[in-house]
Design a protein. Sequence first.
Length: 491
Amino acid sequence: MDAMYANYYTKEVMFILIREFQSPDEEMKKIVLKVVKQCVSTEVWKLNIYVLIFYLSSLKTSGVRRMALDRRNYRQLVETTVEIANKVGVKDIVGRIVEDLKDESEPYRRMVMETIEEEQTSDDANVMLNGFGAVVNSLGQRVKPYLPQICGTIKWRLNNKSAKVRQQAADLISRIAVVMKQCQEEQLMGHLGVVLYEYLGEEYPEVLGSILGALKAIVNVIGMTKMTPPIKDLLPRLTPILKNRHEKVQENCIDLVGRIADRGAEFVPAREWMRICFELLEMLKAHKRVQERQNRVCTTVAIAIVAETCSPFTVLPALMNEYRVPELNVQNGVLKSLSFLFEYIGEMGKDYIYAVTPLLEDALMDRDLVHRQTAASAVKHMALGVAGLGCEDALVHLLNYVWPNIFETSPHVINAVMEAIEGMRVALGAAVVLNYCLQGLFHPARKVREVYWKIYNSLYIGSQDALVAAYPILDDEQNNIYSRPELMMFV
């Protein structure tokens, strides 16, 4: 639209917008804010005055405080205000809303601070912190007269009973440390360093992580030589904190130790550094479940490789001996190792199947589901490895222990059992497994029939041709001949 027409229509519509913004309908207010935001984006110089008139009029309404409670309207109002500030200048807007930081409504105060900060954050608790940090950093050296008062408030809040308040105070120190250096307040920073040092016994890990972050910020700007407390006293206090398994504590503590090691290693005795090194080595050990699993998998693979390279008799006795430990996790680990080991060594397992059978018997009869699942998996790999190598007697024996588990309801267990039976089909032949199946195919209970037909169907898919010879012989009838003489022929 032409600038002249845009100017005229905006002027006319602005009074309607002011009127509609005072409406109790929240949706109407939201639409009005969108319209204003679109008007602001047009290049009309007189528009600035109209928008400012609208904005100042709208802020006088009590409905703005209610809008702070609704997240959608909250966001729209913040975005529109920032857009207007970009258009008419920050001075007019901030000068108008800064008084609202003293408003009695907390959500409204938070909205005003977020608008001043001009940074959209998802965490409400950080809005005030980020806003205050942004203001202090913007003021730079001009904030020097206020630093003693700010630090006094921080020290008071570090002693607050609320963990969130203590954490916020420590986070604020890390945000304003650079400005304190610019204002040459090294003595004040040294005092804060001593205060933070005294709070290193904090019990809440989130707060402790923030305290370590604040110490790190002070050490960065003040330097190693001027740091109080001295580095030789600070580092020994960090050694036990390295044992804390909280991620934030570990990250900040390691970062702080690293900076001290980089810039001030000579201030700390060699014995203390040795202690730190051992603690850091301990931290390299996996403590997350994913890493623990990775560790176990790598160990199992290593055992299997040793078994294949140096023959299984170098590994199996030690593994089987570990199974005697009466602890579920240890026994599960042994069974998983055996499963992968027999999968890896393949045909080499034929000489050791009889030695391992009693162990698998015990596992397949265990009350623990995971025991039976892992044992069934081991049986599958064992059966596939020794197929056609004359170990059928041991496999039939193990099949007798696997078979009762076909009625398990756990999906993981039933999958492992079905796979073990599939392995037996390959090693023993479909006819042997069919003999186990026939007893339940026409059972009166539907749930029993379903399981047996499931096994039969997998047999039929995998070894359809082999099943023909195993079907029962039917007598000929008057009109039908069921005998197949060719099946009786041997070459």
